[in-house]
Design a protein. Structure first.
Length: 214
């Protein structure tokens, strides 16, 4: 059975999130058509349900980080690159303008184990900064992407699992700790203790045209 990770917005957030969900859905639809894929074909490649993808493209629901990762891989891009289009749209702003993201702005994307991720960057820039607020207390599936990634722990404590060329590596990181790993490294993390206390900042570099401009 394909996964069906639909995350309907709450009524309170629906109006403010609507333009951002529409931007994300439009970007996914545009890439899908450029790749010559139907909704059904993309759903099969991403192991997601066809109705969920249809709602996502129409801006009627939010993805989780896990489902966004599956969609991005099926389209030959990254979840972070897709998230940049749903950061903070600025009417009339040029691609080279300053990107200002206020606290609470942007489209929150749910983590499967708990918490949310929020993109702080924009498509025109060469790095993708993401803020994680809350982290699940169990390991989820591994993620990997072509861009190198830097992780900084703002609050709480995490254990990060890296599948490196030298074998598996486990590291526990607390406030003020950071870690850097090469693109293509399968990785996942979990909270040590109370996951709601964890705050992370990750910065991933864009690696190519598809990664920068979904």
């Amino acid at each position: 059975m394909p996964a069906q990770p639909a995350h309907s917005p709450s009524p309170a957030a629906e109006d403010t999130d609507a333009p951002l969900r529409a931007e994300l859905g439009s970007a996914i639809r545009k890439l899908r058509k450029e790749r010559g894929l139907t909704l059904v074909q993309l759903a099969e490649r991403a192991a997601l349900s066809h109705p969920f993808l249809s709602q996502l493209e129409r801006g009627l629901t939010r993805p989780s980080m896990s489902s966004l990762h599956r969609i991005a891989r099926a389209l030959g891009t990254t979840q972070q690159a897709l998230m940049t289009v749903a950061a903070v749209p600025r009417t009339g702003a040029s691609a080279d303008s300053v990107q200002l993201v206020r606290s609470g702005e942007g489209l929150p994307v749910a983590n499967r184990g708990g918490g949310t991720a929020r993109m702080l960057g924009a498509p025109a820039y060469s790095v993708h900064p993401v803020e994680y607020t809350g982290v699940g207390e169990r390991f989820d599936e591994y993620f990997d992407h072509p861009g190198d990634e830097f992780v900084y722990v703002v609050a709480g404590e995490i254990e990060i699992d890296l599948q490196t060329a030298d074998g598996p590596r486990l590291h526990v990181l607390g406030p003020g700790d950071s870690i850097y790993y090469r693109g293509g490294t399968p990785h996942r993390w979990r909270a040590v203790g109370d996951g709601s206390r964890v705050r992370l900042l990750t910065v991933q570099n864009a690696t190519g045209e598809a990664d920068r401009h979904p």
